[in-house]
Design a protein around this ligand. Sequence first.
Ligand code: RNT
Ligand code: ZN
Length: 416
Amino acid sequence: MSTYLAAQSAYADLGVDTEAALKRLAEIPISLHCWQGDDVGGSEHPDATLTGGGIQTTGNYPGKARNLDELRADIDKASSLIPGSKRLNVHACYADLGGEKVDRNAYEPRHFQSWIDWAKTRNLGLDFNPSYFSHPLAADGFTLSHPDAGVRQFWIEHGIASRKIAADMGRQLGTKTVTNFWIPDGYKDIPADRVAPRKRLEASLDAIFAVPIDPAQNVDAVESKLFGIGSESYVVGSHEFYMGYAVKNQKLLCLDAGHFHPTETLADKISSVLQFVPEILLHVSRGVRWDSDHVVILDDATRAMMEEVVRGGFIERTHIGLDFFDASINRIAAWVIGARATLKALLLALLEPSASIREAEVAGDFATRLALLEEAKTLPFAAVWNEFCARQNVPVGAAWLGEVKCYEQSVLAKRQ
Ligand code: RNT
Ligand code: ZN
């Protein structure tokens, strides 16, 4: 008997249908983040790099993508090693400007047409993000909550432009874009006034979202953060701020795994938040001691997050996006490791023998609940995961790494 058939029958003994889990997993899109390929540099200038913004990449591993062609080739390579259904998440700072002098408040769909065409040929949906960093008008750490009305207006216009671009992506590709708003605004040290920046942020967001957009083409998410580098004492867009904003305005709430206190995980938030907002966006990330955006691995936090999505019946209301950027290792490998870990966590959740565990809980038999949860951890998961990879025509096990090494030698090593 093949190892998959043996695993299938072991799961069936506990009432779990592995075929149903594989089918379900194949349909859940993971949005790959374009910014892992060049350390959040972007394509607006030949030497674009990440500046300011309370986010940071560390490391200088050779071979990063230097332009959109290289970035797209790298995404293709990574994507060929990741099973399942994929989308691509593009940041506004990855505009295809073709040398045109145009600032972010005037970006148009045409500046992203090459992304749309590229996505179309690969049958990928796109997601989008206005970029509120790596720009002279974000250099002092404030954007949508800036005290200067002119600066705020520039960033409001960028938000409005971004939603129009996103809606056009959604229209052309026939799948709605999720546009995520994250801004860095905050203070390094103790503020004298915590109120005024938040009032300004709310007004700026209201101005951006006042422009009507067909929700079949684009929906908006807002992303909170606890602190950033250079904004350790105060972040305008805190969790409470955006939770309130999203509930009031029925926006999507983006929960980033690295944006809470280090001992807090997203798992317990999902079922609370989804009582009050229509959908959520998960930024699957891994903070190590801070919001470090390490490559996602199959750790307890990621597993618990996906368990909650599956247990709660929230798959249809949850958008899953990757958000990490490690410049210290091969960047293609980073994408593949993080995406595969996310999918593994989802598959583990889909394979949970939840009926018997819930039954024990309902009966008040908490010893059985705990025992079954423990037993579930050592079920023959690997055989089902390998079967998924094989059926999806991607390398099984660590075989993908060989392909990354070849690509490194033949392509990345030549980028000096
Ligand atoms: C920053 C946020 C945000 C960014 C991307 C690049 O802390 O997590 O999502 O990582 O927009
Ligand atoms: Zn994020």
